[in-house]
Design a protein around this ligand. Structure first.
Ligand code: FAD
Length: 778
């Protein structure tokens, strides 16, 4: 035996420091991209080609879809479908490894290094880049905002252009339908030509005779200023050939009903006014303290950094280059800045010198005339013809192919389909899809009951809902006789938007109390912060989670009292919640009776939609719908159920509709007949399920299929799999006796809650099937 002073024997552990498993790592810089414009989509694409794991990138979007303006005139003319000019930035960002926040940025606070967001907590950044485009100038002229169709936001123009054709077709007056296009730049000229094609085609398609007059008003002495003069001549010649009037030196002073008043005092008839007078600045930088040009665009250096703050970058229309202030606000510049901003963001993070961007002195201009012809200009000369339109079409489509991840049918396009997604596919879903399976729970609880018995209930029968029941919440009476309803629920974060994770986790936890007919009063947070985050990141993550939760709890008078925070491998968030019964008695699983209608208040499919989005296979719009539903607690449904005197309810979460319903059916000793075609689906859920995609928990949820009867006509129905899809903060499922149906549904309608009858409770069949899934009226 060695004494204390002798050297360590060879088999003792080395004296090297032990790895500090829970110590935070070096902070990962947070780069925020605000807007999914022409430059930022290139940053994302380059991240796909060259991953950037040492940096956390978040894209902030006011809307998931960015519209490529170069093809908008073609869309107006009817040459393209809307989807052909849209870039869904959400799948692009996911494939690039970036997180997405769907909330408009409303400013920038350079001192605090935060981006204020509409409706949610400000987002902290280390470096931020803005590519948010512009608005159209002159919107404050009298009547313009109310009466004109503005070219910005361009997505709205695309959405609303159909109404122009409707007005034209509905125009039955003897005089021609008057369209005025204000603005003689490239956009205005293209729109004057392409609107004409759209309207004439609409009249032809409807078999109607309609007279049309188009007038282009330009304040400057000539159209297409800044382009070779011969291009303007070509535009004039083509306009004259098509009966389009061009009036130069004419400025609009005001817009009135059916007419436009010019500064000269003249009044011009206008059944429709298209406002294309050039770019105006968005007011996002107004209160930032950053230097702006005289029109309100933020000033930038050749490095694309803002003049006074080298952590803030701005590209495209929203910025004016200090050294080249006359650079036009045109997509071609935003496109050329893409590689520079992508490169400079990497360089600034790495502390390397930045590259300088110098605007190209000339570029290829191609103007779509809407009838298969286009005008073009380059190097001081101009040209026109069908070949010019073919060239434009080829260039535009090639550009779009680089960014359109999904096709119209939801399939993955071209090179994106060849990307290796195995690492992403191996990732376990977040949200309630990460719940331990029903079988795990049944096995453990069954053994607990068997080996340890029911357990003490305080000895005085005060436990109303405990381990003996499988209800959504526990309930017990205090010594003074008040009933307390309590539950706890948490999940693995499903989004990089931690404010959203917090809000949905709160809605999800409250759902258990609402399903029991209880009003929550207090909440405690249970958070596990990722060990790979630095202290600063963890503090920000925790703040975002709790702020998101508070945005939902505070409004309902529910106090967040405290909680417990740990550090571990992954981010989990949840709440323990406590409250009191809303009415005289609680809603339970066991009150269902044969004949009760089964009503569900939310659409199914959040599990597969979140999975799809995670893998870059889900559309941004699908994420938006799923999110809007998940943050809505089931409060109104619980109140309606209690007021209507219902007995049986549950909430649909991680086990999927069929397992949650099965719990109700077992507890109530009945069965159910469900109509598969009545199952309400979230947008995108059916498409993704049909493609074979499944959320992580789907297969374990599907084990219940052995206990249900699926009629042949339902077995191939695209909605069948919705029964097993795990839901995060899913809907309220209630059994509603015939006599109470009108009352219950009336109350839901008043509260603006949609409910769908998915089936009926029936006596247990002889074969013992938990439920029968058919296809027909429930
Ligand atoms: C009808 C028409 C045709 C045109 N045709 C051409 C053409 O052929 N060639 C050409 O070079 N130029 C053309 N232009 C001009 C061109 O549209 C713009 O110069 C170009 O879109 C600017 O690109 P961008 O990247 O700066 O911004 P955008 O392309 O406008 O992209 C900005 C993005 O940021 C998002 N966003 C905005 N605000 C926020 C916010 N607060 N928070 C988060 N996200 C936000 C928007 O949804 C948008 O997706 C045309 C313009 C019009 C109106």
């Amino acid at each position: 035996m060695a004494d204390a002073g002798s050297p360590a024997p060879a088999d003792t552990l080395p004296a090297a420091p032990l790895p500090m498993i829970r110590e935070p790592v070096a902070p990962r810089p947070h780069v925020v991209l605000v807007g999914g414009g022409h430059s930022h989509v290139q940053v994302l694409r380059r991240m796909m080609m060259r991953p950037w794991p040492e940096v956390r990138v978040t894209v902030v979007l006011d809307t998931p879809v960015a519209v490529y303006s170069g093809m908008v005139p073609g869309f107006v003319a009817g040459q393209y479908r809307a989807s052909e000019l849209e870039i869904d930035v959400v799948p692009l960002a996911r494939l690039a490894g970036a997180e997405v926040i769907l909330a408009p940025a409303v400013g920038v606070d350079p001192q605090a290094r935060r981006i204020p967001l509409e409706g949610q907590a400000p987002l902290a950044y280390d470096f931020v880049s803005f590519d948010i485009g512009s608005t159209v100038a002159g919107l404050d002229l009298p009547g313009v905002r109310e009466r004109a169709r503005a070219t910005r936001p361009i997505a709205r123009l695309v959405r609303e252009i159909g109404t122009l054709s409707e007005s034209f077709l509905a125009h039955e007056a003897a005089r021609p339908f008057e369209v005025v296009v204000a603005g003689g730049g490239a956009g205005g000229v293209e729109l004057a030509f392409t609107v004409r094609e759209r309207l004439l085609a609409a009249a032809r398609g409807a078999g109607l005779e309609r007279a049309l007059r188009i007038t282009l008003l330009q304040a400057l002495p000539e159209v297409l200023i800044g382009f070779p003069p011969s291009l303007a001549m070509r535009a004039r010649r083509n306009a004259a050939a098509r009966g389009i009037t061009i009036r130069t030196g004419e400025s609009v002073a005001a817009v009135e009903e059916g007419r436009v008043r010019l500064e000269s005092g003249e009044v011009v008839a206008a059944d429709s006014l298209i406002w294309a007078v050039g770019a105006g600045s968005l007011d996002i930088f107004r209160d930032s303290g950053l230097p702006l040009d005289e029109r309100g665009f933020v000033l930038t250096l050749p490095t694309l950094q803002t003049v006074d703050d080298d952590r803030i970058f701005a590209v495209g229309d929203c910025a004016t280059l200090r050294d080249w202030p006359a650079t036009p606000k045109a997509g071609v510049y935003a496109v050329r800045q893409g590689p520079f901003i992508a490169d400079n963001l990497r360089r600034v993070v790495a502390g390397r010198p930045l590259r300088s961007y110098r605007p190209q002195p000339d570029f290829l201009t191609l103007l779509n005339l809407g009838d298969g012809h286009a005008l073009g200009a380059k190097w001081g000369t101009s040209f026109e013809g069908r070949w010019v339109m073919n060239l434009k079409d080829r260039i535009d489509r090639k550009f779009m192919r680089k960014f359109q991840v999904l096709d119209d049918g939801g399939g993955t396009t071209g090179e994106f389909s060849r990307m290796d997604r195995s690492a992403m596919e191996a990732m376990v879903c977040g949200g309630c899809a990460a719940k331990a399976g029903q079988t795990t729970l049944d096995l453990a609880l069954g053994r607990l009951r068997e080996e340890l018995g029911a357990g003490p209930d305080g000895g005085d029968g005060r436990v109303r809902l405990g381990l003996e029941q499988s209800d959504d919440a526990a309930a017990f009476a205090t010594p003074r006789g008040d009933v307390v309803v309590s539950s706890v629920d948490w999940f693995k974060a499903f989004s990089g938007d931690h404010w959203l994770n917090g809000k949905v986790a709160a809605a999800n936890a409250l759902s258990d109390l609402f399903a029991t007919g209880a009003q929550p009063r207090y909440a405690m947070a249970l958070v596990n912060l990722p060990e790979e985050q630095s202290v600063k990141e963890r503090a920000e993550t925790l703040y975002q989670l709790l702020a998101g939760a508070r945005s939902l709890l505070d409004d309902r008078g529910i106090s967040l009292l405290g909680g417990h925070t740990t550090v571990g491998p992954e981010l989990t968030v949840g709440f323990s919640v406590e409250g009191h019964p809303i009415g005289e008695r609680l809603l339970t699983l066991e009150g269902l009776e044969a004949g009760d209608g089964l009503y569900l208040t939310k659409r199914l499919g959040s599990g597969v939609v979140l999975r799809g989005v995670m893998l870059g296979q889900g559309r941004g719009a699908w994420l938006q719908s799923a999110t809007a539903q998940m943050v809505r607690p089931n409060e109104a449904a619980a109140r309606a159920a209690v007021a209507a005197g219902l007995c049986a309810a549950t909430d649909v979460t991680g086990f999927g509709l069929m397992n949650h319903l099965a719990e109700m059916l077992r507890a109530s000793r009945v069965s159910a007949e469900l109509d598969v075609s009545a199952l309400p689906a979230l947008p995108g859920a059916e498409e993704l399920l049909r493609s074979g995609l499944r959320s992580t928990a789907h297969e374990q949820n599907r084990r219940i299929a052995k206990a249900i009867r699926i009629e042949p006509e339902a077995s191939h129905h695209p909605r069948l799999e919705l029964l097993f899809d795990p839901q995060t903060a899913g809907g309220f499922l209630a059994g509603v006796p015939e006599a109470q149906t009108e009352d219950f549904l009336g109350r839901l309608r008043e509260a603006n809650v949609e409910a769908v009858r998915i089936g009926t409770a029936v006596p247990r069949p002889e074969d013992g099937a938990v439920a029968t899934i058919g296809r027909g009226s429930p």
